[in-house]
Design a protein around this ligand. Structure first.
Ligand code: ADP
Length: 402
């Protein structure tokens, strides 16, 4: 028995996808993964990877629909096209679900209209997500398509965390509030924690730290998110690869008035040229670490600023939650960078948080999720690999079967 689910993540110039077999022994290992990138550029790139084969195509890709169709054709050449695999459902990652979507939904015309209506809140992402949905629907019209929203997990935020202290009428008219992002990852990881620490889900107060290229923190009480660091958009909160995270909004007025920068220029500066990249020239944490090892002061400062911000959020969420049971690191940096876990958790013994060096270094070579705190640490510290594709695939399968 197989149950193949196609998971699509359509961005502005790329499409990433996976086929997962939910009936496989290890459903978290994709049966197939694909990448379509440099869409609309002079040179395109498509790569399909299966257990035994990798095939690539480097012809220009005129549009998303051309890219997806060609990728499906390449899969068919390998004998693993969507028809060969009898794809059961397609799960689409959608970045912004606004106040409308608090869980995954089966996509119909009304859902598409609502995703379209949310474009002003996610002008870069929702159009690409919608395009991905329409292209996939036209190529696979007889299969259920499901939208899984990055914001849905944060519908439970209390008003005190979700509402900004700006004029209520303006905020409501323009739908300005904290929607959060990375919700699929925070939910997936946080749901694994109770069993790992031997507690009932409803009894666990936890903080999840998704530290990848984008980065966010969430406070979760009994399975429900009560705060998160991303805001109206994924620009807020922690320092990221290329995004500022929190800054005083007056920086924007100052740049407009003094540097005569346009709104679009400031948008680009804060979203694409800031964060670690703006501080020391690189956004990839491995390169950052190399610069630090070479003694680059800007890189060391960038690292310290990053760590300081993570600690600020951990402290604030600890108070918010009152009692804390677990702190979990996930995503590329959180799962792999020993130093970040050590330094963000340093000197917190008085708060009941003690990381064990050997466990943090994974000297035992544990694969997958693990506890890295000492046995006497009141708060358990964990590393839990995230898997947004698996979460999306499961949600898609559940709705397809409903
Ligand atoms: P996203 O999905 O947001 O693109 P990821 O979760 O893949 O991001 O994380 C990317 C980040 O993880 C990069 O900064 C990368 O340097 C970092 N990373 C990946 N592997 C390692 C590693 N082995 N050691 C340190 N950092 C790593």
């Amino acid at each position: 028995m197989t149950q193949h689910i196609l998971v699509l993540n359509s961005g502005s110039s790329s499409i990433k996808f996976q086929v997962l077999d939910l009936q496989a022994e290890n459903p978290d290992e994709p049966f197939l993964s694909g990448l379509v990138e440099q869409i609309g550029e002079s040179r395109g790139h498509i790569r399909i990877v299966t257990e035994n084969n990798t095939i690539e195509d480097r012809r220009p890709i005129l549009s998303h629909s051309v890219g997806l169709e060609r990728a499906f054709g390449m899969m068919s050449m390998l004998g693993v096209g969507p028809q060969d695999l009898d794809v059961h459902a397609v799960g689409h990652r959608v970045v912004q679900g606004g106040s409308i979507f608090n869980e995954p939904v089966l996509i119909n015309e009304q859902v598409k209209d609502e995703i379209r209506g949310l474009i002003p809140l996610a002008p870069l992402h929702n159009p690409a997500n919608l395009d991905g949905i329409e292209n996939a629907q036209s190529l696979l019209p007889d299969v259920p398509h499901v939208a899984v929203f990055d914001t849905a997990f944060f519908h439970s935020l209390p008003e005190s965390a979700a509402r900004y202290a700006i004029n209520r009428d303006v905020a409501d008219q323009y739908h300005i509030r904290r929607y959060g992002a990375h919700g699929t990852s925070h939910k997936y990881v946080s749901q694994l924690v109770p069993e790992l620490i031997g507690k009932k889900p409803e009894d666990v107060n936890q903080i999840t730290l998704h530290l990848g290229n984008g980065a966010s923190a969430s406070a979760i009480r009994g399975g429900k998110a009560v705060d998160t660091s991303m805001g109206l958009t994924p620009l807020a909160g922690l320092v990221m690869g290329t995004r500022t995270g929190d800054i005083d909004p007056s920086v924007i007025f100052h740049l407009a008035r003094e540097a005569k920068m346009s709104i679009d220029e400031i948008d680009t500066l804060l979203n694409r040229q800031s964060g670690l990249k703006g501080l020391c020239g690189v956004n990839d944490f491995r390169l950052l670490q190399e610069l630090i090892n070479e003694g680059e002061q800007d890189a060391k400062d960038a690292y310290d600023i990053y760590v300081h911000r993570v600690r600020q959020y951990v402290g604030s969420y600890m108070l918010d939650l009152g009692r804390l049971d677990a702190i979990t690191f996930t995503a590329g940096v959180g799962e792999n960078h020993v130093g970040i876990r050590r330094d963000t958790m340093a000197n917190l013994e008085n708060f009941g948080i003690k990381v064990d060096d050997a466990r943090n270094n994974n000297e035992a070579g544990v694969k997958g999720a693990r506890v890295i705190s000492t046995d006497d640490s009141a708060v358990k510290v964990l590393v839990v690999p995230t898997n947004e594709e698996l979460a999306i695939a499961r949600a898609a399968a559940a709705l397809a079967d409903a």
